[in-house]
Write a protein that binds this ligand. Structure first.
Ligand code: HEM
Length: 500
């Protein structure tokens, strides 16, 4: 009996050993075959036209999942977001163009100043690369981020005029400051804050004011919640079933649509009786005309309000949080920032700053650029190849995704000394050409870049002249997905300067 048991156990051990030994071998075989399969499919398609055509170096990873798990590992577990690209550089050379397979699509990853520029400067108009946002219906098909060619240029012109040109920035500077000042006062009353949460709150209140002239109310709280649901939908699998994040996002989008359409109607009704204009983004978009005298239709106005909130809300809040975080860790930079802003404040008898003050805020501008560089708010942007595109002897095949990895430029020691350290003084010299792409580049370069800089400048001014703050957990770990953030939300003690 005992011998039979021993034989059974040995058999089990043999099978388990076989399985454990074979699984990695099978995975390795699948890994190789997947790459060979993709290369062979490409070669067969191009065979007749050009026998020398070749894919960029790299690897397509495992079947179906490609290299997505490796990418997630670097971002989520290893917390080294540049590790994915660094590994490619080590294995396949420093060319900055690699083949891979990410999130269900064969992909070419570009990560050098020249390759990034090449992709960003091209567009769907010249038939090379187009933008493809996940779930375009969520942000709106007539949103500036989803349209192309002449329609894109026309819409972009409207948006730039409404939020990113000196005329509109001058008004925005006036509109946002009372709320910033009130928010800082309330943080000091609290004494301890989670900066990420508080900054989001004041940024959203200002967005509501700038874009649709809405003051904080239960409705704006609901709008905030609907935006959170909408944004979660972009990151979710597009499965429209009860309980899924995608279905919830669609419901949120419908509610946002209804609120903004109602607001449009209200403004039209009111305009029949008065010539009063709100002077916000919505009225700007409603009134603008192109060269042919054509105005935007309601769908375009609503889709673009929604997409501008999506593009400008988290990004700006995040940048402001990182500015406060880095300044808390850099007393030298904070002292210089304070000196400059106190001098401006004295000249204005403590009044609000205006757009005319910005050119003299030279050190503040360095803090702004350095914050956006180190924070890498938009680590990468996405394109799709509309045709086979040749680049430096490699082919980016039609239909493949292109990931333009912006962040690796800003964290590369070849371009920035000690790149991970926060050092506004490095901006005494301009960066090397092509190495600063925080806002992207080419025809799709961020349409709110000056607005983002202005909001940061205003916040830095009021923080520096009136307050002091200290991180409660200066060594808190940083998470990188969906955005980079200290795990404690940058918890800090916060008080008025004069009280200290
Ligand atoms: C620090 C803050 C910000 C960063 C780092 C940032 C970054 C970017 C980047 C990298 C792109 C290029 C996307 C691409 O090429 O596909 C972009 C596009 C865009 N951004 Fe920003 N952004 C910021 C703030 C804002 C703000 C405040 C707004 C407006 C309220 C805004 C509106 C837009 C729009 C509309 C586009 C699309 C432009 C187009 O397709 O023509 N962004 N942004």
């Amino acid at each position: 009996m005992a011998t039979m048991h021993a034989q059974g156990a040995a058999e089990w051990a043999w099978w388990i050993g076989l399985l454990l030994g074979a699984a990695p071998l099978l995975a390795l075989a699948a890994w190789h075959c997947n790459d060979v399969g993709h290369c062979a499919a490409f070669a067969m398609r191009r065979w007749r036209r050009d026998r020398r055509a070749r894919l960029p170096p790299g690897h397509m990873g495992l079947p179906l999942v490609g290299e997505s798990l490796a990418l997630l590992w670097y971002f989520k577990l290893a917390r080294r977001p540049d590790g994915f690209v660094d590994a490619k550089r080590r294995r396949y050379g420093a060319g900055g163009v690699y083949r891979t397979h990410l999130f269900g699509s064969p992909t070419v990853l570009v990560c050098s100043p020249a390759a990034n520029k090449f992709v960003l400067q091209s567009s769907s108009q010249d038939g090379t690369f187009g933008v493809r946002w996940p779930a375009p219906e969520l942000v709106g098909v007539s949103s500036v981020v989803n349209v192309h060619g002449g329609q894109h240029a026309r819409l972009r012109g409207f948006i730039l005029a409404a939020i990113n040109r000196p005329g509109s920035l001058r008004t925005i500077a006036e509109v946002v400051q009372p709320r910033v000042v009130a928010a800082l006062r309330s943080w000091a009353d609290k004494g301890t804050i989670a900066a990420a949460t508080e900054i989001k709150k004041v940024t959203f209140e200002n967005i509501c004011k700038m874009f649709v002239s809405m003051d904080p109310s239960p409705l704006t709280d609901m709008i905030d919640g609907w935006f959170a649901g909408l944004v979660a939908g972009f990151r979710a699998f597009p499965l429209d079933l009860p309980g899924t994040a995608y279905r919830h996002a669609r419901a949120c989008r419908r509610k946002l649509d209804a609120v903004f359409r109602e607001e449009l109607q209200r403004r039209r009704r009111r305009k029949e009786t008065t010539l009063d204009v709100d002077g916000d983004l919505m009225s700007g978009l409603m009134q603008m005309e192109d060269e042919q005298g054509k105005k935007l239709c309601d769908d375009e106005v609503v889709d673009n309000i929604v997409s501008l909130v999506v593009a400008g809300y988290e990004s700006t809040s995040n940048a402001i949080m990182w500015a406060a975080y880095h300044l808390a860790k850099s007393p030298h930079a904070l002292r210089k920032l304070r000196e400059e802003n106190e001098s401006i404040s004295r000249d204005k008898n403590g009044g609000f700053i205006t757009l005319d003050d910005i050119p003299s805020m030279k050190y503040t501008a360095k803090v702004v650029e350095e914050t956006i560089r180190v924070a890498n708010i938009a680590p990468m942007v996405y394109r799709v190849a509309h045709r086979d595109v040749e680049y430096r002897g490699y082919t980016i095949p039609r239909g493949w995704r292109v990931v333009v990895w912006l962040r690796s430029l800003h964290t590369d020691a070849n371009y920035y000394d000690d790149p991970l350290s926060f050092n506004p003084d490095r901006w005494d010299k301009p960066p090397k050409p092509g190495t600063y792409q925080v806002f992207g580049g080419g025809p799709r370069i961020c349409a709110g870049n000056m607005l983002a800089r202005l909001q940061l400048t205003i916040m830095l001014h009021h923080l520096a002249v009136g307050y002091k703050w200290e991180l409660l957990n200066p060594n808190a770990e940083v998470t990188y997905l969906p955005h980079s953030k200290p795990v404690d939300g940058a918890a800090m003690s916060f008080s008025k300067l004069s009280s200290g």
